[in-house]
Design a protein around this ligand. Structure first.
Ligand code: SF4
Length: 208
């Protein structure tokens, strides 16, 4: 089997494992596991927080109001639709009443996300909101301070931005910030010149 074919086979195996996962308490109230969607060989990956009610119903990420906004901003700022990217979340099951995912739930689910990233092998990762940005950059610094830059992250470019749900709450100013971040991500995808911040320095600064 070629390396590419074995990667695809492992990706399907990982999905099958996740769909039956009982590693954390989020299994109790989910309708279904939301593993992710899109092109598993995409150069661009989005990582959000966790499924909401609509995502839990459909088994797909970002299909509610936030997802529609993400689709619109991807189209307007990057000229892309979601089939040309891969979209996943930090936790694959819906936290009840849309509460924040807890640290032990994030730890339990983290291996799925890490292996998804490894197998998809995207050049650019856009983290949407606090949870995915802090997790992948290994920092306690919040998204409002992290965003506005691109980070050199494990040989990839990581662009943190606000979660679309925060844009829906925050209006025009928040929208403008996300637009600017997606333009930055697009430049990184097309090999354009992007000033990169060393991701390890974020963790160092956060611990000071
Ligand atoms: S959130 Fe992740 S770790 Fe928890 S049950 Fe769902 S798939 Fe498993």
């Amino acid at each position: 089997m070629s390396t590419q074919a074995s990667g695809r086979a492992r990706f399907e195996e990982l999905r099958t494992e996740a769909l039956a996962c009982t590693r954390c308490r989020l299994r109790e109230q989910r309708t279904q596991v939301v593993f992710g969607m899109g092109d598993p060989a995409a150069d661009l990956m989005f990582v959000g927080e966790g499924p909401g009610a609509e995502e839990d119903r459909q088994g797909l990420p970002f299909v509610g109001r936030s997802g529609k906004l993400l689709d619109r901003l991807m189209a307007e700022e990057m000229g892309l639709d979601r089939t040309s990217a891969y979209i996943a979340n930090v936790v694959k099951c819906r936290p009840p009443q849309n509460r924040d995912p807890r640290p032990d739930e994030i730890s339990a689910c983290r291996p799925y996300l890490e292996e998804q990233i490894e197998l998809i092998d995207p050049a650019v990762v856009v983290t949407l909101g606090n949870f995915s940005s802090k997790l992948l950059l290994d920092t306690t610094t919040g998204i409002t301070k992290l965003r506005g830059r691109a980070y050199d992250w494990n040989g990839r470019v990581l662009v943190p931005t606000l979660h679309p749900a925060a844009v829906l709450r925050g209006g025009g100013d928040a929208m403008a910030l996300v637009r600017a971040d997606l333009v930055r991500a697009k430049a990184a995808c097309s090999g354009g010149v992007v000033d990169l911040v060393e991701s390890a320095s974020v963790a160092r600064n956060a611990s000071r």
